[in-house]
Design a protein around this ligand. Structure first.
Ligand SMILES: [Zn+2]
Ligand SMILES: [Zn+2]
Length: 380
């Protein structure tokens, strides 16, 4: 069948909108007609060549849609079912999977990096008959695609499909970082850098776990209202103020005669952008015994300078975590059920909608830091 897709052909070049040929689903694969796909900062990193990946590639990993057809042996879903996706498919057989860490599955990671489905091949070809790769098993920037059965997450039919798309990345990444990695407890003080899709979900999860105070930090004051709506107790525009100083003084720090501040700091700082400058600020904002959690992906050629002595003397921790350290097939349905009964503010998270043809404008807007929350690609 013919599909329309945004194709990445070379790093740092715009997406090209192309008509591709999509082969039918094979053994244990599902054809999904996409309805919505969110534009994540990781997509921007791929576009800019900041995450090395093989091309040509159809990216987009935060998608939801309706099952159109199933291949032989599929038992999990049937045509007409609503589904979200997981961009990491645990193989169930590698050491990480046996340890319950399917989010860092090494068994399927080679296919993930090469843009291949689980049998090591692609279902997409371009107009010249050349193979096109699958982005994160999902390829959500296309009107329809073939996903391994274990990559689809069944969604309740009364759950909005645009919110189901958010369950593919930013919601579980944010919630998982707070609950699984940082293990935030009621009363913990936290600070979050970057009020994008992941940062706002970190913020919401921290608020619903009764963290206090909650500092939200962004370079754009325009993100203040959304941050306060999601539960921040303070908003700091770090183009105008030094967030480390504000946080230390607000958390018991004492200013000395020479202007330095002794004490203060948060129990956990989250850096949700993947920016080395923000990571340095976040590190210095933590208290003795504090944690620095990194749910955002830093460009592969960027390094951060952190004071290692204080990791020991102040017993600080650096928490790297992929996909919120979730168990994809347990946590995504669980967070979806929570979204049906608790106010995760997912409707507020989607702040703008776009058509696939306009995806380069969305990438430009992300580069200019204009995106508040999530911009969602709507398919007809
Ligand atoms: Zn993402
Ligand atoms: Zn595995």
């Amino acid at each position: 069948m013919k599909i329309k897709a945004a194709v990445l052909r070379e790093p740092n070049k715009p997406y090209t909108i192309e008509e591709l040929e999509l082969d039918p689903p094979q053994e244990r694969e599902v054809l999904v007609r996409y309805k919505h796909t969110g534009y994540c900062r990781s997509d921007y990193h791929l576009l800019k060549g900041e995450i090395p990946i093989m091309m040509p590639l159809v990216a987009g990993h935060e998608a939801a849609g309706i099952v159109e057809a199933i291949g032989p042996g599929v038992t999990k879903v049937k045509p007409g079912d609503h589904v979200g996706v997981t961009w990491m498919i645990p193989c169930g057989k590698c050491e990480q999977c046996y340890r319950g860490k399917g989010n860092i599955c090494s068994g399927n990671f080679g296919n993930f990096l090469q843009g291949m489905l689980l049998d090591g091949t692609s279902r997409m070809k371009d107009a010249n008959g050349e193979m096109v790769r699958h982005g994160n098993f999902v390829s959500g920037f296309s009107t329809a695609n073939v996903i391994p059965e274990d990559g689809v997450i069944p969604m309740p039919k009364d759950f909005p499909l645009d919110q189901a798309a958010l369950m593919g990345c930013c919601v579980p990444t944010g919630w998982g970082t707070v609950c699984n990695s940082a293990k935030i407890q009621p009363g913990d003080s936290v600070a979050i850098w970057g009020m994008g899709g992941v940062g706002l979900n970190v913020l919401r999860a921290a608020a619903l776990r009764h963290a206090n105070p909650i500092f939200a930090i962004d370079l754009e004051s325009s993100k203040r209202d959304l941050a306060m709506e999601f539960g921040a107790t303070h908003f700091i525009d770090n183009s105008k103020e030094d967030p480390v100083r504000v946080i230390q003084l607000a958390t018991g720090g004492v200013e000395m005669e020479d202007g330095t501040i002794m004490g203060g700091g948060v129990d956990c700082a989250f850096e949700a952008i993947g920016d080395s400058g923000a990571q340095t600020q976040a590190y210095w904002s933590t208290n003795i015994g504090g944690k620095l959690a990194l749910p955002g992906i830093t460009p592969h050629d960027e390094a951060t300078s952190l004071n290692l002595m204080l990791f020991t003397l102040h017993q600080k921790s650096l928490l790297g975590n992929l996909y919120g350290s979730i168990s994809t097939h347990i946590d995504i349905p669980r967070i979806t059920r929570m979204a049906q009964t608790h106010d995760l503010k997912l409707d507020k998270l989607i702040s703008e909608r776009f058509k696939l043809e306009d995806i380069n404008d969305v990438a430009d807007a992300m580069g200019r830091r204009e995106i508040k929350g999530r911009w969602m690609c709507d398919f007809d």
